[in-house]
Design a protein around this ligand. Structure first.
Ligand code: 6PG
Length: 466
């Protein structure tokens, strides 16, 4: 006897996921130091099989052995302090999971320390926000296959379903789950920035009203761009403030915050030497957005050029739609390329088609096109970059002139299309059989005798340039 599952941290995510698991008939117990959170969970659930407590001892002793515990507390020091608090009470064979956005090297460290004590440890990426946690998130568990089998039924019950299949799978060894969730968030940053740039071009360039924007995004969501982020964007363009007049959007300060996962993705992309420029520029845009006073002052010195777009609204809308489809594909391409390299580098053994599969539902980056990516990897698990898959290549070819036009419009109208441009540059770099980097090699050899290779010749060369 005892409770099936325990949750440490009854913030919005922890509490919602716990209630979600309880919906499937599992008995659950929550632990939080905050008496209000404990009381409100017990009240809301009002069921015998849902309990909450402020006592770690009661929590531990109420759980069925071997125990299944998840922490949903802020990433960083709070995770370590919960681990330190619980470990003395845990027994060999118990499973402890971290459901937050932990930095993957932290997960490796914790995994090693707890594995040594005979405790199963898993870093579990969970995406879907509040609503996802309550109704069905996409779940990215990493650790060991044996620990996963132990928790699989509960995670499958809680996860979102696509065609009846749960959006959860064993991602890979050690920190693989947190790593894949980090990249998910990097892609999330990229898609959000691309959508914002489309909004900017349509609003400031083509002069679309809020109502027109709402209609455009609603239409887009019915086609190839169908996705959670496009859908919520269409709703944002319709949400009025309490006065019933102004859009809330138009009252929101243009200064974006972040919690770090996008930055980690870019940093790690550099470490792995896997280019992820759309994600990089999404991080850059948030950082520049934060220095609003500087931007305003600079705007006085460098006012935007007066510019009238030389195209009808309909024409621009069509081009922006295709540019977004193109750029979305490149953003996912960068993320998948990272996961592939990381899987080799960190011995994760990630099955990449499975990642595409479980991202089809529940998570923030869920989109109709994930099915295309899943198929691409299913057809060829060794595929280096989804852009060269036959079907996706056809799409990129079909849309490339429109993204070029959008970038040109942005340039002419002084509208920064940074992530969109980065997507196009990524594509152009990737499809260039020849790049001018022979010149870089010559320069390196010139000033530093760094040597260079020659076309069709073995070995390295050095020239006395002067
Ligand atoms: C998710 C989200 C979630 C969180 C982001 C927000 O998948 O459910 O990614 O994890 O909302 O971390 O990140 P920023 O605060 O950095 O934008």
């Amino acid at each position: 006897t005892g409770y099936d599952f325990g949750m440490v941290g009854l913030g919005v995510m922890g509490r919602n996921l716990l209630l979600n698991i309880a919906d499937s008939g599992y008995s659950v117990i929550g632990l939080d130091k905050d008496t209000e959170k404990v009381a409100s969970l017990t009240e809301e659930a009002d069921k015998d099989h849902v309990k909450a407590t402020t006592s770690a001892e009661e929590f531990i002793s109420s759980l069925k052995s071997p125990r299944k515990i998840m922490m949903l507390v802020p990433a960083g020091a709070p995770v370590d302090s919960v681990i330190a608090e619980l470990t003395p009470f845990l027994s060999k064979g118990d499973l402890l999971m971290d459901g937050g956005n932990s930095y993957f090297p932290d997960t490796n460290r914790r995994y090693d320390a707890l594995t040594e004590k005979g405790i199963h440890y898993m870093g579990v990426g969970i995406s879907g926000g509040e609503e996802g946690a309550r109704r069905g998130p996409s779940i990215m568990p990493g650790g060991s296959a044996a620990s996963y089998d132990f928790i699989k039924p509960i995670l499958e019950a809680a996860a979102a379903k696509v065609n009846g299949e749960p959006c959860v799978t064993f991602i890979g060894h050690r920190s693989a789950g947190n790593y894949v969730k980090m990249v998910h968030n990097g892609i999330e940053y990229a898609l959000m920035q691309l959508i914002s740039e489309a909004y900017h071009l349509l609003k400031s360039g083509a002069g679309l009203s809020d109502e027109e924007l709402k209609n455009v995004f609603t239409e887009w969501n019915k086609g190839e761009l169908n996705s959670f982020l496009i859908e919520i964007t269409s709703e944002i363009f319709a949400k009025k403030d309490e006065d019933g007049e102004t859009l809330i959007l138009n009252k929101i300060l243009d200064r974006a915050r972040s919690k770090g996962t996008g930055k980690w993705t870019s940093q790690n992309a550099m470490d792995l030497q896997v280019p992820a420029p759309t994600i990089d520029l999404a991080v850059v845009a948030r950082d520049i957005s934060a220095i609003k006073e500087e931007r305003e002052a600079a705007g006085e010195i460098f006012p935007a050029k007066e510019y009238k777009l030389d195209a009808s609204k309909e024409e621009v809308i069509g081009k922006v739609e295709n540019a977004l489809k193109f750029a979305f594909i490149t953003a996912y391409a960068q993320g998948f390329a990272m996961i592939k390299k990381a899987s080799d580098e960190y011995n994760y053994e990630v099955k990449i088609a499975e990642v595409a599969k479980i991202w089809r539902g529940g998570c923030i980056i869920r989109a109709a096109m994930l099915e295309d990516f899943r198929k691409a990897f299913e057809a060829d698990a060794s595929l280096k970059n989804i852009m060269v898959n036959d079907d996706l290549a056809k799409k990129l070819n079909a849309y490339q002139s429109d993204i070029r036009d959008c970038v040109k419009m942005g340039v002419d109208a002084s509208i920064p299309m940074s992530a969109t441009m980065a997507s196009l540059s990524y594509f152009d770099l990737y499809r260039s059989g020849w790049l001018p980097l022979n010149l870089i090699q010559a320069q390196r050899d010139f000033f530093g005798a760094h040597t260079y290779e020659r076309i069709g010749e073995e070995g390295v060369f050095h020239t006395i340039w002067k």
